[in-house]
Design a protein around this ligand. Structure first.
Ligand code: ADP
Length: 392
């Protein structure tokens, strides 16, 4: 059975088509610069990558081209073969603790939650409507980044602010990257051969979050009301003193929007290093003696260690620590520094295994009191799995 996994951004549309339940990727690709200048798309099929430049005025046109390519490449012979389409949705608030089949009410709720994810939720709705228009007979599901974190206890999701902010404005921790944390936690439990585990999962990419997962359920996570909480990220500040915001608004005469932009787009690795939000550039800077790059890296690593330590104490131990996403899967230096910082917990790095990129591997020695693993994440397959479960 063919299931499509879709991730719509404001000007992009990523897709992956699976044969289920085998989880075989048949074709994947991404439409970029939708609705802006110089649009194009790339498709990967049979080990080949094809790039085409076309007009992409909106997501519906992108979807029409997508299904035409599916037919041209004979991935499907008719649209009716596409039984399900799963859509990634960033913010599900406290309405959604699992994947749901999309109807008008679901769309209305995703729309209502746009205030919490102003860039992402409207884009998801655009993608959903395009898919509904072009493939009306497929079961469409919404897979929420926040759903996995809905098992958190109020002690962990509440903020110590006036209680009415919670009751009136739903202000609380929702987390993000849930589909990724769930995927690597499931895989880690498979490797450990049991479900009753305490895991710390570190999704560190351009965005980053750490989760504490007990018996497969999330008990705490570092992102908050929005993704700009917890870790230092590529260009986001993560946790800061809340009073910085009114203070800098007055001092530098900035609007709330300007401060928000600075904290989301001009902070993190980029803000400290002054060089880049990309950890590869920061590593290059360190190698050429750039002190601010070194400071940025030290702060970044320190924050990850802080969260691991916090969740270790909170869970009363950890059976494994998992690294995933762009930095976690690829940066041996960052992983090493994090694990070195955990030596007090008995973590011992396996130099040879850590000297790898993008593969599933244990990166600690047998003597290590907590095994650490790299597990490449796969949010798309989780979306396909959840969608398939509804159709089957
Ligand atoms: P996103 O959060 O946008 O999904 P990714 O998980 O793809 O991001 O992570 C992208 C980040 O991964 C890049 O910005 C870069 O910092 C980091 N990265 C990718 N490859 C490497 C590498 N070989 N070494 C160090 N960092 C890397």
């Amino acid at each position: 059975m063919k299931v499509l996994s879709v991730n719509a951004g404001s000007s992009s549309l990523k897709f992956q088509m699976y044969e289920m339940p085998e989880e075989k990727v048949l074709i994947s690709g991404v439409f970029e610069r939708i609705g802006i200048d110089a649009p194009f798309y790339t498709i990967k099929i049979n080990g080949e990558k094809i790039r085409k430049e076309v007009e992409l005025p909106n997501h519906k046109v992108a979807f029409e081209i997508l299904v035409k390519e599916l037919m041209d490449y004979k991935v499907v012979e008719s649209l009716d073969e596409i039984k399900g389409i799963g859509h990634r949705v960033v913010q599900g608030g406290d309405y959604f603790n699992k994947t749901v089949v999309i109807d008008d009410e679901v769309i209305a709720k995703i729309d209502e939650l746009s205030t919490l994810a102003p860039l992402h939720n409207p884009a998801a709705i655009t993608g959903i409507k395009a898919a509904q228009a072009v493939v009306p007979n497929a079961v469409q599901t919404a897979v929420f980044d926040t759903a996995f974190h809905q098992t958190m206890d109020e002690v962990n999701y509440m903020y110590a602010v006036p209680y009415s902010w919670y009751t009136d404005y739903k202000m609380r921790r929702y987390g993000a990257h849930g589909t990724s944390h769930k995927y690597v936690a499931l895989r880690m439990n498979e490797i450990l051969g049991r479900m009753n585990t305490k895991l710390i999962t570190c999704h560190i990419g351009n965005g980053g979050s750490v989760s504490a997962v007990v018996d497969g359920k999330c008990v705490n996570t570092s992102m908050g009301l929005t993704p700009n909480a917890g870790l230092i990220m590529g260009s986001r500040c993560g946790d800061i003193d809340a009073t910085i915001i009114p203070y800098i608004m007055k001092k530098a005469n900035l609007t709330a929007e300007e401060v928000d932009t600075a904290l989301n787009k001009q902070s993190g690795l980029l803000g400290i290093s002054g060089v880049s939000s990309d950890s590869r550039d920061v590593e290059d800077g360190i190698n050429s003696g750039n002190e601010r790059c070194l400071l940025a890296q030290k702060m970044y690593v320190r924050r990850v260690i802080d969260y691991i330590a916090k969740y270790y104490v909170e869970m009363g131990g950890a059976d494994a620590i998992v690294f995933t996403a762009g930095v976690g899967e690829n940066s041996k230096a960052t992983r090493r520094e994090i694990m070195d910082g955990l030596s007090v917990l008995g973590v011992v790095v396996d130099e040879e295994n850590n000297n790898t990129r993008g593969e599933e591997i244990m990166v600690t020695t047998k003597e290590s009191k907590i095994p650490c693993y790299v597990i490449p994440t796969d949010e798309e397959v989780m979306i396909a799995r959840d969608t398939y479960a509804f159709i089957k």
